[in-house]
Design a protein. Sequence first.
Lengths: 482, 296
Amino acid sequence: MSSTFGGLNTARTALWASQRGLDVTGQNIANVNTDGYSRQRVELRAMGGTAVPAIHSVSSPVGNGVDASQVDRIRDVFLERRGQVESGRSAQLTVGNEALAQVEAAFREPGETGIRSMLDDVWAGFSALANAQDPTEPAVRSQVLERLDILASGMQTTRATLDQQWQQTRDNVVALAAEVNTTASSIADLNTQIRQATRSGLPTNELSDRRDQLVMRLAEKVGATSVAASDGMVDVTVGGTTLVAGGSALGLRVAGVDDPDAVGTGNDPRLVTAPGGTTLAVGGTAGGQLTVLSTTLPSYRNALDGLARDLVGKINAVQAQGYDVYGASGAAEPLMDDGSGNPVVDLANVNAGNISVRVTRPELLAAATTAPGVLGGPSADGDNADAFFDLSLADGGVDATYRALVVALGVEASVAARDVEVQKVISTQVDAARESVSGVNLDEEMTNMLSFQHAYSAAARMVTAIDEALDTLINRTGIVGR
Amino acid sequence: MRITHRAVTQTALLGLNSNLSSVSKLQQQLTSGKLISAPSDSPTGTNKALQIRQDQSAVEQFAKNISDGQSWLDSTDTALTTVIGQVQRVRALTVQAINTGSASTSSQQAIAVEVAALRESLLGVANSSINDRALFGGVTQGSTAYDTDGTYVGAPPVGEGITRRVSNADRIRIDVTGPEAFGTPGPDDLFALVGRIAADVEGNPSALSGDLAQLDVALDRLLGAAASVGARSARMGAAGQINTDLQLTLASQLVDVEDIDLARTIMELNQTEVGYKAALQATAQVIQPTLVDFLR
């Protein structure tokens, strides 16, 4: 037999549970648009009577109401993990794609301002000299030198743009490392708070949401993933190295060269742990930026340098075959060099950053093929200038190399753009799947609200009913004959 | 699958963004008029565009070369025609001198004076220049081919001579050097021969018939040179025609590769716009209502 007031107690737990349900519904609705919020649910559990048999116990219990102390965060760990991986990959691909778009902008092709157009002008200038009525005339010769000068400075500009992009990217990595360090220590702090709260039996849902959001940010920045640890904490790992272990976080710093010229000597820019100095295999934005620093930009930079070297070598070789206005051999006066003015041009020192026109006097351009010995004096022919023009037609010449470079850039950039498109679809699907588990659905919350509201009314009615029953017992009984 | 409002909003936003980016891409193509604005838009198209532009720049230069070569050949042709006329006059005077062996010395003297004058005139024509370059001087830097006593001071014919490049593969020679037109420099070239005739008319009439035979050889040589100039001039004209055609072909190829098809792009823009508007409409209708709207 249950106690007289047991029913009231049962109704009280029901009232409390419904109120709790309404509170949680309210919290869910309030956070319908909050980033990183996981919907919460009251775990309702029927409370039974004691199941331990006792000699004097004669009750046949029906249960003691409902227990609503537990509020759960609804979240799919597997999907969260997927979300971290995909957001890291998205960030990495996006960085690569943006870098290539910038490289494309640096080359300015196809158009009237790119290196191709400057090369065309140079060849047309040589052809004009070869076919001039008087190839010894200074005007037509200076025009060729001017055009060569424009080409050289065009190459220098493009290379300077690439260098600038490299420096900016490296600065970004440094800033990113600082941000990662702050985020990692915030995660460690939150982990500590969560452990304390868990141990004292306090709710940690909001703290966990905040922490998981930070973990997601790390996933995007450095490709971090998280593993659940004890007491509701998580460990964060980056490429196999643990960055956050419970309440302690490891720092990161950027190591490696800070000059694009030194890339490829085994000391490329990278992220290492501090303290420790272990290189991390990072993904995400940092991974993308490091690839740009060590592979993407240096490859285009080297290709451009190779082009400059090739151009100088070929131009000087043709110059050496000919004779200038005074009948002197062009071999003594190289047309282009590395800007150092050394008597012998060392091709190994020439790059797109220092390529320059060395000859300043137009008469020294070796436009003639006829040796002065043949005529007994300098000649006015322009056949060697035509040999310069022939450079533009040669297979494997500067133009063909440059075209191949631009096409390779186009292919790489369009592949990167397509990869980003594909990855965006995958990310969106994973995000939608995560959202479908943890997101707040207002319709659902409204129906929950109605359920709890009705449950509350019913429980209140229950109290009234018991109250009336007790009233009958207390006030209306034992008054016969009064 | 459980659908949440945020998920609906996100998917809607993604769809709207991709629609808008198509619209913006088409709009960029329409406003710039270019199909390719970066190599990644079409790597193969870029390759072709770069090639065509290079060819275009070369072909434009060839057009200049051709018109310049043509004017050089025309000047040479004019000069040779003049020389041929004058040599024919010398021949007529020589024949007259042979046939009038018994005539008075004064008439012989007159013939001699005229022949000597014709020699000066011939020298003048042989020294014609174009833009201060001797027409018959080869690759000499000087502005004359012969000095006043008829010695050749130009450059000997070297290599292919002065040429004009008319296409990537073809070069046409535009000059005729003095030795080729007027004979190897020395006692037997045109000017020495005409000078000798002037002297023989008065001094040694019996040698005149030998001179006449040599003059005929010189005349044949001149006619040969003029014919060669004419043939090259015709070749130059044909090259000019090919060049003009090539310029047109290249321009239309570049347009095909690089420029938009206006009608098609506008059609595409309209279609994309319709899609975008439909997406906007759908989003506006789906996102608005929730159960809240239907609860008392």
